[in-house]
Design a protein around this ligand. Structure first.
Ligand SMILES: [Zn+2]
Length: 398
């Protein structure tokens, strides 16, 4: 038995007026997902437990079978795993944003939590300098991508109150500085980093080019390494993962999945959809399971572009799922599970925690839901998996 798990990130949605009250999933022409749902099991699953942010980290944890209320220890440690940073049990990972803070309105204002979407080149130079100047036996700075970096605090605290910088755009930062255990160290690091950044040649170059300057670091999203058992330990299955997104890659790494590089995958609508399908089939030569993550369905939701989102769903159906289905028969019996990690409605341009439609298809099964794959049909089945993290156990059960 082979298993194909497909996550259309943020794919589910709300009814859209310009689509005559249909959702993008209902509007999109998706013969492959519809066929699998008709001949398979269809329902709704709650991937975001009550009280949790509707993030890709939380939703993907549920999809991979890890109860977020037990295993979710913050965003940064998952990203650290993706960056290949080995953490010990006493290490605490902090997300370290490079940000632009300006003096105005009578204080320091968070102008840009991305430092003008700083380039990898400029950012890496800066973060290496921070490590050189501020790194010691307690603190370690690791360069990541663009404005997203990681600081490891050996033996650090986790209960400190920190604030995501994207939540305080255009606000005074004063009331949002780290508070509680460890606050003095964290504030001292920001002050010291500010002085280094003010003198840094990468910032001088950015200024000369008319780009935003990385004035500060912002430390948040801290946590310890989640002690998750691998999928192999839990279900006896080996697996590969295809994704262009770091946080999904990090969770896959913790789950023991082999990250499979596919040329030309971007996390956007220009991604190499067919390549994802082709490389997934190749991965099944050596693995029981392949997990394919597609991000464009989420990005187009964030853009609020309903036509692009419909197109992204159709591309996922035709080019990813179609490619997989065209070649999977050679492996014998197989199962396919399709679901998003959360909704990203085009009307709100941000994530929503509503239950998401899932389908599970088994090539051996002779009866099915008789329904197409979308939110309305999934709700009409009356099946709601309240703890979405239990779904993968049913999918992988023999
Ligand atoms: Zn997501």
């Amino acid at each position: 038995m082979k298993y194909v798990l497909i996550q259309g990130d943020g794919m589910s949605d709300f009814p859209v007026e310009s689509l005559g009250g249909l959702t993008p999933l209902e509007k999109a022409h998706t013969p492959n997902m519809d066929r699998l749902a008709r001949a398979g099991r269809l329902g709704l699953a709650r991937t975001i437990p009550d009280g949790y942010p509707a993030g890709t980290d939380v939703g993907t944890m549920s999809i991979l079978g890890y109860d977020p209320s037990r295993y979710h220890t913050g965003r940064s440690p998952i990203e650290a795993a993706s960056m290949g940073i080995e953490m010990s049990d006493t290490d605490v990972a902090f997300r370290c944003n490079l940000v632009t803070i300006e003096n105005r309105d009578g204080g320091e204002v968070m102008c840009d939590f991305t430092a003008g979407h700083i380039s990898n080149e400029d950012a890496e130079e800066i973060v290496r300098e921070l490590q050189h100047e501020l790194g010691d036996e307690r603190f370690e700075f690791h360069p990541g991508v663009s404005y997203r970096h990681c600081m490891i605090w050996h033996g650090g605290p986790i209960a400190t109150r920190t604030t995501p910088p994207h939540d305080i755009t255009d606000q005074l930062v004063d009331g949002f500085l780290p508070a509680g255990e460890g606050q003095d160290d964290l504030r001292r690091l920001r002050e010291a980093a500010r002085e280094i950044l003010a003198e840094h040649p990468a910032n001088a170059r950015r200024e000369a080019r008319g780009e935003k300057i990385a004035t500060d670091i912002w430390l948040w999203g801290q946590g310890k390494r989640p002690a998750v058992p691998t999928l192999h330990a839990r279900f006896g299955k080996t697996g590969g993962l295809i994704t262009a997104v770091d946080v999904v890659g990090g969770l896959g790494r913790l789950a023991g999945l082999e990250r499979i590089d596919v040329p030309g995958i971007t996390g956007f609508i220009d991604t190499n959809y067919v390549g994802k399908g082709e490389y997934a089939l190749r991965a099944l030569d050596r693995h029981d399971l392949v997990f394919i993550h597609v991000e464009s369905t989420d990005e187009t939701g964030h853009m609020g572009d309903v036509e692009l989102k419909v197109k992204a769903i159709e591309d996922l159906d035709e080019k990813v799922i179609g490619t997989v289905l065209a070649g999977i028969d050679r492996f014998g019996d197989y199962r396919v599970m399709v679901l998003p990690d959360h909704a990203t409605p085009v009307s709100t341009k941000t994530h929503a925690a509503d239950p998401v439609p899932f389908l599970i298809y088994d090539s051996r099964s002779s009866c099915g839901s008789g329904r197409a794959y979308n939110e309305r049909e999934a709700a009409a089945t009356g099946e709601l998996i309240d703890e979405g993290h239990l779904l993968i156990g049913q999918f992988l059960a023999s």
